[in-house]
Design a protein around this ligand. Structure first.
Ligand SMILES: Cc1cc2nc3c(=O)[nH]c(=O)nc-3n(C[C@H](O)[C@H](O)[C@H](O)COP(=O)(O)O)c2cc1C
Length: 417
């Protein structure tokens, strides 16, 4: 092992394809934009778009009216706490996915790939049917690969095994433990298709965590080594892609030297022009100190989530918005936020505005960029840029951050020109 190697000394191989071994992770809702994925693909890596809440993303970006239509259809139900009748229109869901994926694939240049991140926890009051439509539409629209996320995905391959692209598109899964990978392989074995890659996400990642509130007791390198040893013993050759807290090119290089096929990174890209967060919020990410970041249990999914403590969505008590959104409704039309909200309304019958602290209306607040989810090392972002005379931090280009990962050595981070 030499200290002079950098990420560019390695390549990610998918069949005959050679890629720069840098993957940008999916960041919902539209934080990992098409523009960000396009830049990463142009530079020879793998860029993710996200399939979270695509009907509302399509409305914002492609002038559709999916949310308005849904709200109109279910407006009668807004005051009711029984949300079981609210169903997604599968044709519209398909169209939203197609529009977004086509937008990315039609504009793609360069030697890289564009994948889509699909979270199983978006159960949408019909988990199987909606997931099948999302996966199928992404394949139809020509996506290069799909990363199965936020869930065990025990039946996900079966949902698309009849698709003509099932064996040609790259399919991978995000796991946070050997056990989750073993379960996935066992349950999907019937389709006679291994995943093309496995993202191993540790406890320092942004978004939802695949750990309990004891996340701090786990360590990415240890989990990667454990999975690597097991795959070797089983004689399974599946590329491993560590993720979570890989902040510098040297951090990435260390994993590649130890046999990882690539790395998945996200937090460094939240302060780029191409990232979908509003610019004002990117400054919040830059300014964050370590004590401004927490892992809490307010996501109705039941997974812990990391975010800035200053997120306006924390403690907010808006009426559940399931008639417009409803992405977290389980197969019985339930969401933990609805219960928390109703409890507070019952406890404060006179109040004009209530607060709900234990759960948040995640659909609404992710849609409106009011839950500022982030990786553990967000507090180091300020060291990756320079300050302008007005005190704000200079936004970076995705190209700058990508190339810094690709070429930096000795733990250095290149500042913008
Ligand atoms: C703002 C933000 C949003 C994220 N959203 C998602 C998501 O929607 N789905 C998902 O699987 N992972 C999500 N992640 C996790 C990333 O894809 C990635 O695996 C992880 O953050 C990598 O660690 P890093 O941020 O320390 O580089 C998100 C991360 C961030 C920072």
């Amino acid at each position: 092992m030499t200290t002079t190697q950098c990420v560019d000394d390695f390549r990610l191989h998918f069949g005959k394809q050679e890629l720069v071994p840098i993957m940008t992770g999916g960041m919902g809702v539209d934080i990992s934009t098409v523009d960000l994925a396009l830049e990463v693909a142009r530079l020879g890596g793998v860029g993710h778009i996200s399939d979270a809440m695509l009907p509302t993303v399509a409305d914002r970006r492609y002038d559709t009216k999916f949310v308005k239509d849904k709200l109109k259809q279910y407006k009668y139900n807004v005051a009711s706490s029984d949300k079981s009748a609210i169903k997604f229109n599968l044709g519209q869901l398909e169209e939203a996915t197609r529009l977004h994926v086509r937008k990315a694939m039609d504009a793609k240049h360069g030697g890289g790939l564009i994948f889509i991140n699909c979270m199983e926890k978006l159960t949408m009051n019909a988990p199987k049917e909606t997931l099948r439509v999302r996966l199928t539409a992404a394949l139809d629209a020509g996506i290069d690969g799909i990363t199965l996320a936020a869930g065990l995905h025990l039946g996900s391959f079966a949902l698309i095994e009849a698709h003509p692209r099932f064996r040609d598109a790259k399919l991978g899964i995000i796991v946070s433990s050997l056990r989750a990978l073993q379960l996935f392989l066992r349950k999907n074995g019937r389709t006679n298709r291994l995943p093309d890659y496995v993202v191993v996400e540790g406890p320092l990642a942004g978004g939802h965590l695949g750990f309990g509130m004891d996340w701090a007791e786990y360590d990415l390198a240890t989990i990667v080594a454990e999975i690597q040893a097991w795959l070797k013993a089983e004689q399974l050759d599946i590329p491993l892609i560590p993720a979570g807290g890989i902040f510098t090119g040297s951090d990435a290089t260390a994993y590649l030297q130890n046999g990882a096929a690539a790395v998945q990174v996200a937090t460094r890209f939240t302060v780029t022009h191409e990232c979908g967060l509003p610019d004002k919020i990117k400054q919040e990410y830059f300014r964050a100190e370590e004590q401004d970041i927490e892992v809490n249990g307010i996501s109705p999914t039941g997974y812990p989530m990391r975010m800035l403590k200053g997120s306006p969505g924390i403690g907010d008590g808006i009426r559940p918005n399931c008639e417009a959104y409803g992405y977290l409704l389980d197969s019985n039309g339930k969401c933990a936020y609805i219960d928390a909200y109703n409890r507070e309304v019952a406890a404060h019958p006179e109040a004009k505005k209530i607060r709900v602290w234990d759960k948040t209306c995640l659909c609404t607040h992710m849609r409106n960029f009011e839950i500022w989810t982030c990786g553990h090392y967000t507090y180091k972002l300020k060291d990756t840029s320079v300050r302008e005379p007005d005190g704000s931090y200079r936004l970076l280009t995705a190209e700058h951050v990508f190339r810094d990962y690709q070429f930096s050595r000795d733990g250095r981070v290149a500042l913008p020109e």
